[in-house]
Design a protein around this ligand. Structure first.
Ligand SMILES: Nc1ncnc2c1ncn2[C@@H]1O[C@H](COP(=O)(O)OP(=O)(O)OP(=O)(O)O)[C@@H](O)[C@H]1O
Ligand SMILES: [Mg+2]
Length: 313
């Protein structure tokens, strides 16, 4: 059994003494796990990260990080974790110097800092701007520097609050791959994102927070099975009255949509539907030009869990 590196019990938080923005969160995170926090704007993701990283104390509840209590051992915890915050903050000196300062803060020797800086400039594609003042960097470069400097020290848990915002596609993939490599070496990751494909790519377990409450917490596979709902089967059929065709198929009219020459059907049994449509099309001497079954995605799960309409168009 892997050990729990984070144990959060009944966290409640209010900023104004009236409204609870976190309302009784309980969860455990294991060593080496990639734990994704998902939820709409204002759901409470950043507040959760701030509590787990000891930036703020929760109004109620207990949190234990790597065996330390957030209320008593903030300093010990901060030595062992890394944090990339949602809002960038940066020292206004050269890129190299920024990294060097961080290395010093973490007590690295000059030699260690030099090696680490070279490695990180390469990984985060900052070699060309190494002498530039951070104030003159583009938004994406600044974000890369902000993430790179966190890796100046070794840590047990890394917290990332929407790390890929502002990064281009190539850099985003580089970062995700770099994170994956570190996870294979035992690093635990807690991160938030609005990019569901990113969560799919990285996360072992996903937590969906809505209005300060956990509404789902599970592996992606289990969430898809539980909340993924129906799958979409789409047919392209030319020169046939599709509403007539739809009437020939035994399915709830709410689950059928017609869009020009496309017949879109929501179903739990796509293969039965395909058979029925083929039969019906045969009867009217038509031809299916093309068909597509869309698998459940994390987006389907997300919309189902937070109770939004799942539009099939
Ligand atoms: N410093 C603060 N003072 C007062 N209210 C705050 C403060 N920070 C956050 N809030 C409120 O707490 C709630 C949760 O905010 P939080 O930043 O945790 O959301 P989030 O899930 O990270 O959202 P986003 O996806 O937009 O980053 C929101 O209603 C927000 O307005
Ligand atoms: Mg946030």
């Amino acid at each position: 059994m892997k050990t729990d590196v984070i144990v959060a019990e009944h966290i409640k938080h209010t900023y104004d003494g009236k409204k609870y923005v976190l309302d009784d969160l309980t969860f455990n995170i294991k060593k080496g796990e990639v734990f994704g926090l998902l939820g709409r704007n204002g759901a409470g993701k950043t507040t959760t990260i701030k509590i787990l990283t000891t930036l703020i104390l929760p109004s109620e509840g207990n949190v234990n990080i790597l065996g330390y209590d957030i209320r008593k051992d903030g300093l010990e915890i901060r030595k062992r974790i890394g944090l990339v915050q949602q809002l960038p903050s940066i020292e206004f000196t050269s890129v190299e110097k920024n990294l060097d300062i961080y290395g010093m803060l973490w007590g690295l020797s000059k030699k260690e800092r030099k090696e680490k800086i070279e490695e990180l400039l390469k990984i985060f594609d900052l070699e060309d701007v190494r002498k530039k003042n951070a104030i003159d960097l583009s938004g994406g470069e600044r974000r890369r520097l902000q993430i790179a400097r966190e890796f100046m020290h070794n840590m047990d848990i890394l917290f990332l609050d929407e790390p890929t915002v502002g990064l281009d596609v190539v850099m985003r993939r580089n970062l995700l791959n770099y994170i994956k490599k570190l996870v294979n070496k035992g690093l635990t990751i807690v991160f938030t994102t609005h990019l569901l494909e990113e969560a799919e790519y990285l996360c072992d377990r996903i937590t969906v927070i809505d209005k300060g409450k956990i509404v789902a917490i599970d592996t992606l596979e289990n969430l898809k099975a539980k909340y993924g709902g129906k799958r979409t089967v789409e047919f392209r059929i030319k020169n046939i009255d599709l509403s007539k065709l739809a009437n020939m198929i035994n399915i709830n009219s709410n689950d059928i949509k017609i869009n020009d020459d496309r017949l879109i059907i929501l179903t739990e049994n796509p293969y039965d539907i395909i058979e029925a449509v083929i039969e019906a099309v045969k009867k009217v001497n038509g031809k299916i030009e093309w068909l597509n079954i869309r698998d459940k995605t994390l987006e389907d799960v997300f919309l189902n869990v937070i109770g939004e309409e799942n539009d099939i168009s």
